[in-house]
Design a protein. Structure first.
Length: 110
């Protein structure tokens, strides 16, 4: 069963972008598979979890040459409320910048 789990981990790591990332995750996931028995876990289930993580990482990693705006804090909450398109993100960022600038002006003049 461990051999099958290690094969799943190798395939999962191969799905990841970037050679350094693949090597790092492969080493980590192999150690997780080998240590699963110590924690009374199924090595195959650990490997399948690594496969699911690899699919999610590969799906959310932007491709080379693209620059995605990663919303954080209040902007992330606002994007969830309005739908999350790039146009909405730019509009919300602009409005946030104007609100911040207005607050600075009020602070200085007040």
């Amino acid at each position: 069963m461990t051999r099958l789990a290690l094969a799943v981990v190798r395939v999962a790591a191969a799905l990841l972008p970037g050679a350094d990332r693949r090597a790092r995750y492969l080493e980590q996931w192999r150690a997780d598979v080998h240590g699963a028995a110590d924690l009374d876990l199924s090595a195959l289930r650990v490997a399948l979890g690594a496969g699911a993580a690899a699919l999610r990482i590969a799906a959310t990693t932007p491709s080379e040459g693209t620059h995605a705006m990663l919303p954080i804090g209040p902007l992330a909450l606002a994007l969830r409320l309005v739908g999350g398109s790039r146009t909405h993100a730019a509009l919300l960022a602009g409005l946030s910048a104007l609100a911040l600038l207005g607050g600075v002006v009020l602070l200085i003049s007040g």
